[in-house]
Ligand binder design. Structure first.
Ligand code: NAP
Length: 337
């Protein structure tokens, strides 16, 4: 069995370029005991992958130059040496940017194709949905009547944050790039207010949309959005720091004066709680998340949006678009039928 895979050819500086990747077809080993040979059906593309392309200090080791790019996958079992899986089963794994993989069965989760569309295991019912759930409820702790603000709000993390905030009785304000996304925030996801971060009067619009200030800011992006949010924060506001996607392609600090003193002063005066997190810290909540989220989707209380791009050969281009907002919802590559 052969696999066609995309390997990291060199480490990108700034926006990843085509030359930073190489596509190659190689022979796969036969699955050793306790393993399965898998055919990738769907590959998840996520912002964290930009960090794996770099060897800067991170919470996870980088992908080695010459190695297959990592990523969560939904795959079909072609052959298994472990009785827990049979050929034809569908599993969630971590096969990476390739058409086939051999994985340890204990690292795979069997999916029920009748329970939910397979792609949702990579989005609203998977890691991004869980990130929103665990980060918002554990750190953000939204209460009835409070105002919750989130950016990248049509993406799988942000959209889920806004809707869980509403389920908890809070007012949800979503920030996204462009009029089409802003409309989706209101019409499809039911945000109470929606703002375009590219609008020239974005800070004024945010102030108008948060007349009672901001109690929870779920930080997905950093940069200019954070700048506009800071003066709106209420005393005792909570800020789960989930991601800083506006900075992922940066290779140096932004120009301008050092604003650390301003931020620390604000944290002190307003008794703010800022806490970074990686969703794996909260994995003991995963079963509860799955039950809650499946119930909310069935009851029509959580909607989701997926952007499925056909063909592994479009992966690099689609990934670049993810970091600049070209995706409309959870970005997934369809690798095979
Ligand atoms: P996503 O929303 O599907 O994609 C990223 C979005 O970021 C883009 O669509 C774009 O949306 C927005 N964006 C890009 N540059 C921006 C800028 N300069 N200013 C404002 N927005 C910008 O991604 P996701 O998978 O839901 O992830 C959202 C965040 O959660 C990311 O920061 C990611 O790294 C983080 N995350 C963290 C964890 C964790 O465990 N801590 C786990 C999963 C994800 P617009 O077009 O709307 O601007």
């Amino acid at each position: 069995m052969k696999t066609t895979r995309i390997v990291l050819a060199s480490r990108p500086t700034g926006t990843p370029a085509d030359e930073n990747f190489r596509t190659e077809t190689v022979e796969l080993e036969s699955p050793p005991p306790g393993s399965a040979l898998l055919q990738t059906l769907y590959l998840s593309l996520d912002p964290y992958m930009r960090g794996r392309m770099s060897d800067a200090p991170s919470y996870a080791p980088p992908v080695e130059v010459g190695a297959t790019m990592v990523g969560a996958t939904v795959s079909r079992v072609l052959e298994s040496t472990d009785p827990a899986l049979s050929s034809g089963d569908i599993v969630l794994g971590y096969g990476g940017w390739q058409t086939h993989s051999v994985e340890r069965v204990r690292h795979l989760r069997k999916l029920d194709p009748a329970a939910a569309p397979l792609t949702t295991a990579l989005g609203v019912l998977g890691m991004p949905g869980f990130t929103a759930y665990s980060g918002l409820l554990t750190i953000g702790q939204p209460k009835a009547g409070e105002t919750v603000v989130v950016a990248a709000a049509t993406g799988p993390v942000g959209a889920t944050v806004g809707q869980i905030a509403k389920i908890n009785g809070a007012r949800a304000v979503g920030i996204a790039g462009g009029p089409r996304k802003v409309e989706l925030l209101r019409e499809h996801f039911g945000f109470d207010a929606a703002i375009d971060h590219r609008a020239p009067d974005f800070a004024e619009q945010l102030a108008a949309a948060t007349p009672d200030g901001i109690d929870v800011y779920f930080e997905n992006v950093g940069g200019a959005v954070l700048d506009a949010v800071l003066p709106r924060l209420n005393k005792f506001a909570r800020i789960p720091v989930c991601g800083l996607v506006s900075q992922y392609n940066d290779s140096e600090l932004p120009p301008g004066p050092d604003r650390m003193g301003l931020l620390m002063g604000l944290i002190l005066r307003k008794s703010l709680t800022l806490r970074g997190f990686i969703q794996t810290e909260f994995l003991d909540q995963f079963d509860r998340f799955q039950a809650d989220m499946a119930g909310w989707i069935d009851a029509g209380r959580v909607a989701y949006l997926e952007d499925v791009v056909d063909g592994l050969d479009h992966t690099v281009e689609a990934f670049r678009g993810l970091l600049t907002g070209k995706n409309l919802g959870k970005l997934v590559i369809k690798v095979a039928d």
